[in-house]
Each structure stands twice: as C-alpha cells, then as structure tokens.
Design a protein around this ligand. Structure first.
Ligand SMILES: [Mn+2]
Length: 246
C-alpha cells in the first residue's frame, strides 16, 4: 500500500477570478493544486491526495487520521499578523483563511504525530507556527543581493547554490552538501521558530532547509523540489524521504 500523502491546495475565492473564468461558474470558489506535487509524490512511491480548505475541526481531525503524511505546499504570502508584525508595503497577496486552516491542520498533524514536509509557503508557515518570524520581503535582509524570485527562469532551473549540513536528514539521502535549487519566494525566515533547526542556507544567509529537533519527521525546504524532480531526479529524494518516514 502506498502511503497516503495529503497535499494542501490553493483556495481561490470567486472574487479573485477574472472573467472569462477558466473553470467553474461565476460565484464558485475553487480548489487549485499544481500537478507537480501530485506527480512527484506518485513517482516517489506515495498516493497523492490534494486536500480542500474546509476549516472545520471534525474534518481536520479525520483527514489527519486518514493520511499517512502531509505536504504543506506553496502559495501566497503568510500574513505577518500571525507573528505580530505590522504589514509592510512589500507584502504580496495573502489569504487569511488559508493561513488559519493550515495552522490548525499543522497543529493536528503534530498532535497525531504524522510526518510533514513543508515547501516554500509551507516552510514559512511552519516557522511561524513555532513562533518564528519572516522578512516580508527578502530585500529587508541586506545580507544578500541574490535574486530569490527567479521568474526569468524556467520553473525547474537552478537559481542559486545552497549548502546543506551533513547532520541533516536530507544529506543522508542526497549525499552532497552542495545543492543547486530553484527559487520562487520573496519572503524569507528571519527569527527561527522554537525547536526548529537550520540545516541549510545560502551564502547570503537566507535559510532554506529546516528540521524540527525532536519531532519524528518535520522537514521543510524553501525551494520547489516538485518543479525540479523531472529534470533533476535527485530532487525526488525530498519526497522519498517523506514517504520513507510514513
Ligand atoms: Mn531561494
């Protein structure tokens, strides 16, 4: 039996959809999940199951019980109000409903001791969950001039190097400290959350790989391995690691 992997999705409100609508009818909210996550999970040996944003306690409890592991996926910015910071003009689109749902979901995932992998927004959300903070825009961090939102490149294309620690779980499967990763984020970790450990960062000091110190399997990456896995099969190991830990 393949482990069932719940994948969080975009919640696209009807107000955000411009006409002509691509799918659905006027007045309908949509759940959107990019195919790269599901394809990568399947290829890595898991059963991908994108999950809708339904912010109800019973639903959350049951979905966590039902799944063997979770991916907190990419998406819009995390609302700085979640870490008690004032909103700055550099902030891009936020979705408070998704923040609230995913923070509750993560809390239940941890309560039921299920393995979890965070990607991009998921990486940032995990940090905020544990009491950490974010740079609302990476330019606030004047350590780096490196571009981290490489929209001028194809989705799979390496954008910057990353050094990972030999003590990390990821190193145990990658067998290499030096990775080249894509990059589609403009927020970044500032203060690290309680219990989290940094296991990889750029030369400029941008944190891109974290794990929880005590929890059985909680790993998060700032880049998008699901977009790279086809062209760079080594990136599939990120998903294999999650699945091995289910
Ligand atoms: Mn980056």
């Amino acid at each position: 039996m393949r482990p069932k992997i719940g994948i969080t999705s975009y919640f696209v409100k009807k107000e955000e959809l411009n006409r002509p609508q691509i799918r659905g009818l006027p007045g309908q909210d949509l759940m959107v999940s990019t195919m790269d996550y599901s394809r990568s999970v399947l290829k890595a040996g898991g059963l991908p199951l994108p999950i809708p944003l339904i912010d109800e306690v019973e639903y959350i409890n049951e979905i966590v019980k039902e799944m063997d592991g979770f991916i907190l996926a990419g998406g819009t910015d995390v609302n700085p109000m979640n870490f008690n910071a004032p909103i700055k003009s550099s902030l891009k689109q936020i979705n408070p409903e998704r923040d609230r749902f995913e923070l509750r979901l993560l809390s239940e995932i941890l309560a039921q001791r299920k393995p979890v992998l965070g990607i991009c927004r998921g990486f940032q959300l995990i940090n905020v969950f544990f009491g950490g903070s974010l740079y609302q825009d990476i330019s606030e961090n004047d350590l780096t001039i490196q571009e981290h939102f490489c929209k001028m490149l194809p989705k799979y294309s390496p954008c910057h190097p990353l050094k990972i620690s030999t003590d990390s779980k990821l190193y145990s499967v990658m067998k290499n400290e030096d990775l080249l990763v894509n990059s589609f984020h403009h927020q970044a970790i500032n203060d690290l959350g309680e219990g989290l450990q940094e296991f990889g960062s750029t030369k400029g000091g941008v944190i891109e790989l974290i794990e929880h110190k005590d929890y059985p399997f909680l790993m998060a990456v700032q880049w998008h391995p699901e977009m790279m896995a086809d062209k760079y099969p080594r990136q599939l190991k990120v998903f294999k690691l999650l699945i091995e830990n289910c």
